[in-house]
Design a binder for this molecule. Structure first.
Ligand code: GLA
Length: 742
């Protein structure tokens, strides 16, 4: 049983394979957080809590009696509220109709359920195989009609716990939620580092590891989307934690909008983490009888380092967040025309790309930006989702059919959440663009944001896209969003509800995606936001792959894909081989290296294939063969980071879940003359089994350059392998294929 409730002691334990999470309702009805970590087999960890008087801290009062040794300001709690005498960062902040800002939550009941609790209208972890058990703890404010349901699901085998909160107004007057975080988590002891993933457009998810200090540290987004700048995923780790050992915790927000992740180290060096919708642009009027559902957080804990923690996250996202027909189905190797043509193309050009691509084994052509309305550059056309037949030279249906005739599937780009001022849509519905009345809206990439918090606008998008998708043989949609959202304002909301805009925008986005995907279940949707500006578990519920970055430089991608791998599986990582000199960095890298790096993702091409040499085309043919050969291993295998992208040689591996095989890729990022040999260890295989290891240069034919026969899994793990070369060059890539010898 994953969830145990002891009614006599108030102890609640959530148990997974390797971890336990524990709470306890105390004599005052306060829900204490007593433990999260490696197994403790149900022991009551409230024995670690030592109460004593703390000067200047709020104490609990019962009636008018102050309990001076009981201070909410230092007690580890499950969900803390502002205005309760706990002066630390809190999960909930409420504005009452009388202007008061106090809230107190006390346990009123618990219930358990088989399966997963539900979250309406929001992406979430789902339970397909009956693995989950759920717990709902009802908390009530004794002074108001506010109720909060703390929701937990335990995925026992996966070492995953999900959390969320639902707020209900049982009274007759509205209550304003000013902050409604999804997660509040306390650690009484320990000295931690915080690993976050910062970045910018074209350089997303750089790992930053910093020690916690006294005070509040935070990351977040107020850009309308989860953002390139801080990913809504982080890790808290004990100081000595590395890839293979040490205690660490992961937090992934299943949400694509604004978020705040804060950590406070308090007066007695305890740690509290709070994660939820960013309160800066949030305020929700909870009308009588209504409820508000906060988005979900995925939690995992590993005492075997970051590698295990990441693999827990990979598995839950791959198996229980990504959905639909394309979840496990082999995704097509695609070619996208963006870096090949930008806006200047017609049907003939696309057909010529398809013609050449199909000969080499590429399976789908994706027509990017520029096929609709008046769109020759980024100044116009967004919102006018009507094919520009004049520019294309034919209808979309004819183009799709021509591509299909060449044995290729046909995909198409949309940016549904944006609108250009120079568009028919804007001319007929200026009020559909997001703007604050009386002020010029902020432009970004010359465009405005479409107000999809409105149902009429959602309906317009659903209608337009459905029309396009039903009138041409379209198998794939690239769903882009190319700006941040500055003005948090909707012409359709009253002044007292403008604080709801940012979240309503997300609910609108999720509704559009849900409806379109239900209507077009065979279409593969790929997410994108100027590359990886909305690379989050929320979007992965709708788009099982996301264009990871607009930066296609293989060497920069080593860092981007490394950072991404901490929280997200390879099956979600959109990665393409592009031309050299690279369009973002000017760097020239070997074709083989670009292939080896893109192969650790969903794989595709983004170049003018008609301009390649025969030798390069031959490499494409071989790369695709290799990708197909290793598809299962790459997409479903266990991922190991063997070095960091700061090392001169960047190495990672995929190990088959049955431990029958592995694939290692090594890229020389920076070379120095007369350097030491490149050596690495290969964890994850079966210690006692024997394996053959074959070294190959991915650009050559599959002739092995070195074979090691019958080496044990333990030798690979503890002794390792060395790249067999006298000299290897900057940006060169190697792969090692390992297969069971028995
Ligand atoms: C964004 C995407 C690119 C491309 C362009 C088109 O930047 O990330 O891949 O689709 O938009 O405008």
């Amino acid at each position: 049983m994953a969830i145990t409730i002891q009614n006599d002691t108030g102890l609640i334990t959530l148990a997974t394979c390797n971890t336990e999470y524990q709470m306890k309702t105390d004599e005052y009805g306060v829900l204490l957080h007593t433990y999260y970590g490696a197994k403790i087999y149900g022991s009551d960890m409230s024995e670690t809590i030592s109460c004593r008087e703390r000067g200047f801290s709020g104490n609990l009062t019962v009636g008018r009696e102050e309990i001076r040794s009981y201070s909410l300001d230092v007690l580890p709690q499950e969900y803390s509220c502002a205005g309760s005498g706990d002066y630390r960062i809190s999960g909930l902040s409420v504005l009452d109709s009388n202007g008061g800002r106090s809230c107190t939550l006390r346990v009123a009941g618990t219930r358990t359920e088989k399966g997963k609790y539900s979250l309406e209208g929001l992406p979430h972890v789902y339970d397909e195989n009956g693995e989950a058990e759920s717990l709902v703890i009802t908390m009530k404010d004794p002074y108001s009609a506010l109720e909060a349901e703390l929701q937990y699901s335990v995925f026992e085998k996966s070492d995953i716990i999900t959390r969320s909160v639902r707020f209900i107004n049982n009274g007759s007057e509205a209550i304003q939620l000013e902050k409604a975080a999804s997660l509040c988590l306390d650690w009484q002891f320990g000295d931690y580092d915080w690993l976050t993933f910062y970045g910018c457009h074209a350089q997303e998810r750089n790992l930053q590891r910093v020690p916690l200090h006294h005070g509040v540290q935070s990351i977040g987004s107020t850009r309308g989307n989860s953002s390139h700048h801080y990913n809504p995923f982080s890790i808290l780790a004990e100081k000595n934690t590395d890839e293979n050992s040490g205690l660490c915790f992961a937090f992934s927000f299943v949400y694509s909008g604004e978020f705040l992740m804060e950590i406070e180290k308090d007066q007695v060096s305890q740690t509290r983490l709070v994660l939820g919708i960013h309160p800066a642009n949030f305020s929700w009027k909870l009308e009588p009888g209504m409820s508000f559902q906060a988005p979900e957080v995925i939690l995992s804990c590993s005492s075997e380092g970051f590698g295990k923690l990441s693999r827990n996250m990979h598995k839950i996202i791959r198996d229980n967040v990504c959905r639909g027909e394309w979840k496990y189905k082999q995704r097509p190797v695609l070619i996208n025309n963006w870096e090949a043509t930008y806006f200047s193309f017609d049907a003939q050009k696309l057909i010529s790309i398809a013609e050449e691509s199909s000969k080499l084994g590429i399976e789908m052509l994706v027509m990017d930006d520029g096929w609709f309305g008046k769109r020759e550059d980024d100044y116009s056309g967004l919102g006018d989702w009507y094919p520009n037949e004049k520019k294309l030279g034919c209808s979309l249906k004819e183009l799709g059919e021509e591509i299909n005739k060449r044995g290729m599937k046909f995909g198409i780009w949309f940016e549904p959440e944006s609108i250009s001022e120079d568009s028919d849509l804007y001319r007929s519905h200026p009020e559909w663009a997001v703007a604050v009345p009386g002020r010029d809206p902020v432009l970004s990439r010359n465009q405005l944001v479409l107000d999809i918090s409105r149902t009429d606008v959602q309906d317009y998008i659903i209608d337009r896209m459905s029309d396009v998708l039903s009138n041409a043989p379209i198998s794939y949609v690239k769903w882009d969003m190319n700006r941040s959202i500055c003005e948090k304002y909707s012409a359709s909301l009253s002044a007292d509800k403008q604080g709801e805009f940012a979240h309503r925008f997300m609910l609108g986005l999720y509704r559009i995606l849900e409806e379109l995907e239900n209507t077009f279940p065979h279409v593969l949707f790929e997410g994108c936001s100027g590359g990886g500006g909305r690379f989050d578990a929320g979007m992965m519920y709708y788009t099982p792959q996301i264009w990871c970055s607009d930066n296609t430089d293989a060497i920069n991608r080593l860092n981007i894909q490394y950072g991404t791998s901490f929280g997200y599986p390879v099956s979600t990582v959109g990665a393409h081989v592009s031309a050299v000199p690279n369009h973002q960095t000017g760097r020239v890298t070997p074709f083989a290296t670009r292939g080896a790096v893109a192969m650790s993702g969903t794989f595709g091409y983004e170049l003018d294939i008609t301009k390649l040499t025969d030798a390069e085309k031959e490499q494409i043919r071989r790369q695709i063969q290799r990708f197909h050969k290793y598809y299962e291993l790459i997409q479903r295998g266990d991922y190991y980071r063997l070095t960091s992208p700061k090392d001169p040689c960047v190495i990672w591996s995929f190990v088959a879940p049955d431990k029958n095989s592995a694939l290692i890729t090594a890229v020389s990022r920076e070379i120095t003359a007369n350097s030491a040999p490149v050596h690495f260890n290969v964890p994850g295989l079966d210690d006692r089994r024997l394996y053959n290891a074959v070294f190959v240069l991915p650009e050559a034919d599959d002739r092995p350059l070195k074979v090691i026969e019958k080496i044990s899994g333990a030798a690979l793990k503890n002794g390792g392998l060395t790249i067999p070369v006298v000299q290897w060059w900057e940006y060169e890539a190697w792969q090692v294929e390992i297969t069971a010898a028995d």
